[in-house]
Design a protein around this ligand. Sequence first.
Ligand code: FES
Ligand code: FES
Length: 225
Amino acid sequence: MNAEDMSNSAPPGVTRRQLLEGVALMSLTSAMPPVAKAQALAPGEVATAGAITGSSRLPMAFLINQRHVEVALDPRTTLLDALRNEIGLPGSKKGCDHGQCGACTVLIDGRRINACLTLAIMHQDDEITTIEGLSDGEGLHPMQAAFVARDGFQCGYCTPGQICSAVGMLQEAGAGWPSHASDDVARSQFALSDEEIRERMSGNLCRCAAYPNIVAAIRDVAERG
Ligand code: FES
Ligand code: FES
């Protein structure tokens, strides 16, 4: 029976318009997919991704700052969140969490990487170095000392990422990797002019705009070789 037939056999007291609206509503709701039922939380309980999806943690092992670290992580955990929230190394900072600011920069096998853009589970066979691992006990890494000497920071939030990035950048330049500012990409060595340093460090932003002093600090270390 179609809607027209049904409207002609409407029960007493029900108008043709009311009946047609009811038929339309029934056909709409039956076409909609069932909505998943949200899991009720107890008062004070905090929802987590794992609780909602039923995922579980996996045991993982890392080499971080020359130390062997074992921890159970949700496989979706970024390296940055693992370092900061699970492993107790909060030196790497979360600025944007989108690969745009460089505050989370760490070194993986000596190469700089944005820890917010990579999953921890991918780095179990790598050597991870964070800002906490650059110093030698109480002795600062030369790049850390240069940032202090040149006053290369104000609030300091971007500084761990700047320093890790600068260390990785000097290794890249020493290995003959050209940058967009390089005049001859075929060279095997690059003299790090201020323009080269600024270009090579362009992935690390500083909202305090301490750039002149950051460049000076990196230039000091580069000139010492
Ligand atoms: S927090 Fe990783 S790039 Fe900004
Ligand atoms: S020193 Fe404040 S963001 Fe760079």
